[in-house]
Design a protein around this ligand. Structure first.
Ligand SMILES: *[C@@H]1O[C@H](CO)[C@@H](O)[C@H](O)[C@H]1NC(C)=O
Ligand SMILES: *[C@@H]1O[C@H](CO)[C@@H](O)[C@H](O)[C@H]1NC(C)=O
Length: 314
């Protein structure tokens, strides 16, 4: 009986594990795919991928599978960011791209680990080529004591209105509807808190807003990035009928109270998936992220299925 009851509990455990899902491996990508915090744009039939690096790395692909490193947004460094990175030509973090049909808008952050002295900047380019980018300047910054940390920008465009959201740790994710759609800069620094983890040291960042059907979905990365196979990043989501929230997870918990439904976590030798972007391609929504294996950090690309009302990795 003891044997049977433990067998029953193992079967029950397997069933509950399976119903959670989130055990789909990254789709196949080839070429140069060692990235952090990727963001995807598409112009004609060419995919562009921007990712964390000194000067920001640019990769291109014509099939979303095979990627080639094209070069850097700022091949000669970005001296205006040095005061925030605390070094010369330091890593520029978590770029987020938007292409409006004629030019790229690329928001990116400059900071250092554990510091609230951070800033988000904007660069634009018509070709997207290495070295073709204009520095459009500072968008928003933060200093010790601010409610937020000005990193991990996400630009979201709905019709002719542009929105900017950002943040990590401290107060969590902040949202602004004061984006000047012509300049890409903010007309006011006022913003609202749309997600936070008050009981978990605030460990969330890398937000992405994405519309599907009647809902806006807010994706974030929880826990610890950038630590090789010790990375515990996991991708979470909530939704709202309004882009400005309030967002709730699938059990109704507010994202501002630590809510977040699991989308993807460590599994099968894939560690710490996160730093994600969601891009609407011709075959549907695409989740773009990084993850670690014992040999490094890699690009993950999967389709997302929203049929149930909540995104499932396919
Ligand atoms: C928006 O930006 C444009 C271009 O820089 C500028 O001409 C315009 O005055 C700005 N509008 C506001 C409300 O700041
Ligand atoms: C999406 O998931 C649903 C189940 O919720 C399934 O019936 C459907 O075939 C899936 N769509 C794709 C394109 O995989």
């Amino acid at each position: 009986m003891r044997f049977i009851s433990s067998l029953v509990s193992i079967v029950a455990l397997l069933a509950s594990t399976c119903s959670v899902g989130a055990v789909v491996g990254p789709g196949v990508v080839t070429g140069d795919t060692s990235v952090h915090d990727p963001s995807m744009c598409k112009v004609g039939s060419t995919y562009y991928l921007f990712s964390t690096a000194p000067g920001i790395e640019i990769r291109t692909s014509t099939d979303r599978t095979k990627w080639t490193l094209a070069g850097r947004v700022f091949p000669n460094g970005a001296s205006w960011t040095d005061t925030y990175t605390g070094t010369s030509n330091g890593n520029l973090w978590a770029p987020d791209c938007y292409h409006d049909g004629s030019k790229f808008w690329l928001y990116y952050a400059a900071s250092s680990f554990g510091s609230q002295k951070s800033a988000i900047f904007l660069a634009t380019s018509t070709s997207g080529s290495p070295g073709s980018w204009t520095n459009n300047g500072l968008v928003i910054s933060s200093a010790a004591g601010a409610a937020y940390n000005a990193i991990d920008p996400a630009i979201t465009v709905d019709g002719s209105t542009h929105y900017l959201s950002w943040g990590s740790f401290w107060g969590g994710i902040y949202f602004s509807n004061h984006v000047n759609a012509t300049s890409g800069l903010l007309t006011s620094t006022s913003s609202s808190n749309i997600a936070a983890r008050p009981n978990n040291g605030g460990a969330l960042e890398a937000n992405t807003l994405f519309k599907n059907g009647n809902y806006w979905y807010l994706f974030t990365s929880w826990d610890k990035c950038c630590s090789g196979t010790s990375s515990t990043y996991n991708i979470r989501v909530g939704r709202s009928s309004s882009i400005s929230g309030p967002f709730v997870d699938s059990s109704g918990t507010a994202l501002t109270s630590g809510g977040g439904t699991l989308v993807l976590q460590t599994h099968d030798g894939i560690y710490g998936p996160g730093g994600q972007d969601v891009y609407l391609d011709s075959d549907g929504p695409i989740l773009v992220y990084h993850y670690y294996t014992s040999s490094g950090n890699w690009l993950g690309i999967n389709r997302l299925n929203f049929t149930s009302g909540w995104p499932v990795v396919a």
